[in-house]
Every structure is written in C-alpha cells, then in structure tokens.
Ligand binder design. Structure first.
Ligand code: ASP
Length: 598
C-alpha cells in the first residue's frame, strides 16, 4: 500500500515540486475530453484536487481511475504543482493540485445511499442520515463539529488539571441516583431479580469522593435519563461533572465563570466579561423563566395591585386567589409591528402554557379609554395613569397581560416573550448573554402528591443564612444552588451540598422520604457522610449544549457522533432491539409485552 505522506487539507503552493501520497475518499471525479481525469480527494482535514494525465501514466492507472465511484477509498501518489487552470479560492488547498502518477484502490463502495455533500444534507431526511451516520459524518461540517468537541474536551481536561482537579471515573452500573428522572435499568445475571441502574449523574459518587479526601474531582461522563421524548434532549448525554471540598457557592461559581470565559475566548474569540447574577425570584418576575435569554430587553412587570382595582373579571378573580398575579409586558412600538393575527396567535400560544389567554391593549396616549385602544382598553381606562407610570408606556406600545397563579402567569409570559422577540427580530445573533441564576427555592410544592419536592436534588444545601427556615418556613427557604445560563440555554447547574446528617434528615422529612426509604435509596451516601465529610459543593455543565453554543447549532444531534432520534432509537445499530431467548433465560426474565411489529 502506498504510504500516506500528507493529509488532504495540508498542501499549499510552497509544497509545489514535492512528491506526496494522499489517502482518502473520492468526493467527485470527472474526465475531460483530452484524457485528463480529475479527482477531488477528501479526508477529515479537507480536499485536494488530483489529476491524472493519460499521456503520463500507464493504462492500468487510467483504467483504475475510470472504475472509481464517489466514496471509493484510494491512495494517490504524485507531485504537487500549482493548479493548471488557476487557483480555486474556495478551497484552502485551491492553489495546488497533485499530478497523479500512481493510484491504489484501497476499497470499493456500494452505491452510497447518501453522499456527504453539504448542500444536499439539508434535503435528506435526518433519519436516513442517522441510519448511515458513517457517511453523514464524512461531511466537512460534521468533521469540524467532531474536531471542535474533541478540542473542547481537551481544553476542559487541561483547565481542571491546572486547577488541581483529579479526573476520576465513576461506575456505570450503580444504584438509582436522585436527579428526578426515570432510570435506565440493567438486570443482573449474578443476582437474579436484582437490577442495576445506569447513572443519571455521578452525584453520589462525586460526593463520596469528597469524603474520601479527593478534594477536587472532575470527569467528562455519560449521564442517562429515561425521559419522555423532547426535541432538544438526548436520553444519553455528556456532562462536565465536578465537585470541590472546603468551598462555598462563590468559589464554585468563580472557577466555572473562569472556565466558561476561557472556553468562549479560545473557541469563539468572544469576551463574556463579568458574568452577572440574578436571583431566581427576579428572573421569574422580570423574564418569566429561570433561564432567561438576556440578549434582548423585553421585560414584564407585576401589575397585580393595579389590576385588582379594575372591573375586569379575569384580573379581579385571579387576584382573589392566594397566589394570583397579573403580569404585563410592554412591547415598545408593538402597535405598528404586531398584527391582530399575531396578537391572537400569542393568546393561543399562552394557552398552551396553561394560562387562560393573553389580554392585550394598544397605547396611543389619547382618546376616551385613558389612551388605550382595542382589546381590554375599556377595563383599563380607570387605572390608565398608574399603568402608564408602572410600565413607562409611550404612544405606539402594545401591552400583553397574563393573569393566573403567579408561576403560571410568569411562565406563560416568559414563553410569549421569546416568541415576540423572534417575531420582531429582537435577538442579535452576535450577542452573548451569560448569567448566573442563584437563590433558587429549596423546594417546590407538588400539587398532585401534596408535598414538597426538591427543586434541584435532595443533597443540595440551604444557603447558610437560610438554615432556620427549614424548620420555620420551608416554602421560602433559599438554597445554595446556582445555574449558568447562556443566551437562554441552561449550560449547567449545581449546589453546595448538605454535609451535616441532621440537616439531611430534615430535608428528607420535608420531601416526605421516610428514614427507611432514604436509607434504602442512598444509605451508602448517608453512611459516608457520617465519617468526616468535608463541606463540599459542585456543578455539572452539559458538554453537548456547550458545543452547540460554541459551534452555533440548535440541533443536539449535530454535536453527538452517534445520537439517538427524538424517540430514543439508534437507527444505525437498531437499538433498542430484541435479545436472545438464551439471554433472557440467563437473566431469569420473561417478556410479557408484545414487541411492536415492523
Ligand atoms: N448532579 C447534578 C446534575 O446532574 C449536577 C450537580 O449538582 O453537580 O444536574
């Protein structure tokens, strides 16, 4: 076999005259009338033009080149020369070509079901691309994502090694972990009737590593959560996971801010600057989201008190309830830009977020109804001065309202906010808006089970000053949790953990976990915490999401070499799939459900 000397993206004009051997895939070929055979040869690094001239090469080489197909695998020997027909400025190697003297067909190919053409990719059904992922990944775009991901992982390891972190692997076959999702489970052959769970995160192990004196741990690890299909999630995803001893919330956030800033500087040449902090309550109040997109200004205002003074039933009835709120969002200049149809559309959209609708008005600053027009104008006339002052209204604005239980009113408006921003093109594609969301409540009230549930996981500690509230007012107890959000996307989150067994017991009690259940689920952690657990805290960043942001794609499957479909299937290896009867027998299992046909 010809021995490769260069990659297909390597050669430049300064290499003219060198004898080289390139290996790769035939991206395209064409024969020109005068006995010239052209091949665009491609590998991971790029493409080089090769030309065989029938005047110069033996007949069998010409025959071999004529037998090629797109995606045949070949090695070509020849000499670099300046391109005969002038440079191709679109290719980094465009100034040169190889005048071929030898050709080895290393492998033929069946007629490829898809081709790794960039402009074709968008037209091919994603399922077909996933089924033949090995060809799809040959596309330059996919190769550059794989390359970026690899560099990000390398950068991450270097960064944390420089900051004294040990990379430690934690097991895949474990007991259930408490991240709140469903576990993937694995039957045990050696212990019939017993099951392993695949980790939703290495949470318990990394805490135990702190008890074991590891001091600073990091790992780039797979996490598995058996969640219902969602376009932007994968059941199997990768986290940059870490944990630190003897730290407080600021220490963890500082190191992660440094990490994130370094990453964006290195890979995007973007200066994220000082990352601001926003409390959960303020994020919800102003943006209706715990991961607000701050690339644009639209904000909402609490107008509950003003709304309660109107005769508008929708407002007043909500305000009679204990947790009711009326939120208003001013859209500057909206009267011009938003059509009736769009406004009604926002109403329908708000309903999908479980609120009744989206009353709106236009503000003209004149006329009978205190300057309001259309929609619910007549109800707002008596409070117009107060509304104008509270919302800083100017003629030409539109105001949208949601009235509901506070969390519902805020969340629905938060989603409408994003839609309006998209419709009115308010998002600067070049902008980067990172922020830390802090001061989350420890608990959320679960209406169905009528009990508190941990907002993060049950090992997150209350903020130090909030400890007494665990006893007196758990609903208002603030945790030492923190999330990093960039452009409205949650990049990661973590917390200072509970290291005091009595606090841990109190939290379990509040979330309705009996001692037996707690020790059944995570007894090993609770036991470890008894033997000299240092104060500790940590965080995990989603690697997939980071690479999405750094590369600039909305499709999570772009950044994963072998992703699953939205419905959790691997179309290439056809997983999930059946197993042999003998495997079932080994495991002592019987299948009762019928496998779907087809
Ligand atoms: N285990 C958490 C998660 O996977 C992250 C953390 O608290 O460190 O979301």
């Amino acid at each position: 076999m010809l021995k490769r000397t260069h990659m297909c993206g390597d050669l430049r004009e300064t290499d003219a005259g060198s004898d080289v051997v390139l290996c790769g895939w035939v991206n395209s070929y064409r024969e020109q009338g005068k006995g010239l055979f052209f091949i665009d040869l491609r590998d991971r690094t790029g493409m080089t033009q090769v030309v065989f001239d029938q005047e110069d090469v033996p007949g069998d080489v010409m025959d071999a080149s004529r037998s090629l197909r797109r995606e045949s695998v070949i090695a070509v020997g020849g000499q670099v020369r300046a391109r005969d027909g002038g440079a191709n400025p679109k290719l980094p190697t465009g100034a040169i070509e190889i005048l071929g003297s030898s050709l080895e067909v290393l492998n033929t190919t069946d007629n490829p079901p898809i081709l790794p053409d960039e402009h074709e990719a968008g037209k091919i059904d994603e399922e077909i691309r996933l089924r033949h992922r090995y060809i799809d990944l040959r596309r330059p775009r996919m190769q550059s994502i794989l390359g970026l991901r690899s560099k990000v992982a390398q950068h991450t390891r270097n960064f944390f090694a420089e900051h004294g972190f040990l990379e430690v692997e934690t097991p895949l076959l474990i007991r259930s972990t408490p991240e709140g999702a469903r576990d993937f489970i694995v039957p045990s052959r050696m212990y019939p009737g017993q099951w392993y769970a695949l980790p939703q995160s290495p949470q318990l192990f990394k805490q135990i590593l702190m008890v074991s004196g590891c001091d600073r741990y990091m790992q780039i690890c797979k996490c598995l959560r058996d969640e219902d299909p969602r376009a932007d999630r994968q059941a199997e995803f990768t986290q940059i996971d870490l944990e630190m001893s003897f730290v407080d919330q600021d220490d963890v956030m500082d190191i992660m801010s440094q990490f994130a800033t370094g990453l964006f500087k290195t890979f995007k040449d973007v200066d994220l600057g000082e990352i601001p902090r926003l409390s959960y309550a303020e994020a919800m109040d102003r943006y209706g989201s715990d991961r607000p997109d701050l690339r644009f200004d639209l904000e909402m205002t609490d107008v509950s008190e003003i709304a309660a003074k109107t005769d508008f039933k929708v407002f007043t009835s909500v305000m009679e309830g204990e947790h009711g709120a009326v939120k208003a969002m001013r859209i500057p200049g909206g009267a011009e830009q938003l059509t009736r149809k769009m406004l009604d559309g926002y109403g329908d959209y708000a309903k999908t977020w479980r609120t009744g609708g989206l009353p709106y008005v236009k503000y003209t600053g004149e006329g009978d109804n205190g300057g309001f027009e259309t929609g619910v104008a007549k109800f707002l006339a008596p409070v117009s001065d107060q509304l104008v002052a509270a919302l800083h209204l100017e003629a030409g604005d539109v105001v949208l309202f949601t009235a509901d239980e506070r969390i519902t009113a805020e969340t629905a408006m938060g989603h409408v906010r994003l839609k309006v921003a998209e419709d009115l093109d308010l998002i600067d594609p070049e902008a980067w808006a990172p922020l830390w969301v802090v001061d989350f409540p420890m608990f959320a009230w679960d209406v169905d089970s009528k009990r508190y549930v941990s907002l993060h996981h049950p090992f997150s500690a209350p903020r130090e000053d909030q400890l007494p509230l665990l006893e007196t007012d758990p609903a208002n107890c603030i945790s030492a949790c923190y999330d990093l959000v960039i452009n409205g996307s949650e990049v990661g989150g973590g917390s200072i953990r509970i290291h005091d067994p009595s606090v841990q017991a109190k939290v379990f009690e509040l979330i309705g976990l009996s001692d037996e259940e707690a020790s059944e689920k995570f007894g090993f952690l609770l036991e470890a915490l008894k033997y000299g657990a240092p104060p500790h805290g940590g965080i995990a960043f989603g690697l997939d999401r980071l690479v999405m942001l750094l590369f600039g794609t909305d499709n999570i499957r772009d950044v994963i070499a072998f992703p699953k479909t939205q419905n959790g299937a691997d179309l290439m290896c056809e997983a999930p799939g059946p197993i042999d009867e003998s495997q079932l027998n080994d495991l002592g299992l019987q299948i009762e459900v019928e496998a779907p046909s087809g």
